[in-house]
Unconditional design. Structure first.
Length: 193
């Protein structure tokens, strides 16, 4: 199966590779099961295993085995760790950086990336995203959301533009803003603690 070229970074081979790297390098203190990395990148387990094996061969990641499970972590001692982190943060980082920052927000029902970043990932635009557009659904504190966005901006090196919609407005889809967002590519963020 031919893999499509990466849309968010010309330095990476594919979007799958970019998303796996983002999850690992944006959360460098965490170990991840390969099945989690496959789910996060929206790919099959064998494809994720091949990507992880390539990263292991290049010593960009380390692994530990627990029973039959292989757990993978970014290699913080690799000479290219900071460089890879910076590239990944700019390109695929929003999908990995934002969920842990949003999980603790009271009243959040769903979170979506939209705008140019989501459009480029879905191959609908060639424009380079200058900012990250984030939509929070629910009754979320704007102050808490602003704090999370500020932390994300520090990590990603770009502005995070936060928009809000109530669950009812999102469900009804009758405002111009919600109609426009729903008519364009969306990337739902998984908010599991």
């Amino acid at each position: 199966m031919k893999v499509a070229a990466a849309k968010l970074s010309p330095l990476l081979k594919s979007d799958v590779q970019g998303l796996i790297l983002a999850e690992l390098f944006m959360n460098p203190d965490e170990f991840f099961a390969i099945s989690h990395l496959a789910d996060f990148a929206g790919t099959s387990l064998p494809t994720a295993m091949r990507e992880v094996d390539r990263l292991l061969d290049g010593q960009l990641v380390v692994q530990k085995t627990v029973g039959r499970a292989r757990l993978i972590q970014a290699n913080k001692l690799h000479l290219l760790f900071d460089s890879v982190s910076q590239i990944v943060a700019f390109s695929y980082g929003p999908a990995a950086v934002l969920p842990p920052l949003l999980v603790g927000l009271d009243g959040i029902d769903h979170a979506y990336l939209f705008g140019v970043w989501a459009a480029r990932l879905s191959r609908q635009t060639a424009a380079t995203p200058k900012e990250v557009d984030l939509l929070l659904i629910g009754n979320v504190s704007r102050i808490e959301a602003s704090r999370a966005a500020t932390k994300a901006e520090e990590i990603l090196g770009r502005e995070v533009n936060v928009q809000f919609a109530t669950a009812l407005a999102w469900e009804r889809g009758d405002t111009d803003f919600v109609k426009e967002v729903k008519a364009n590519p969306l990337v739902e963020l998984t908010l599991i603690p």
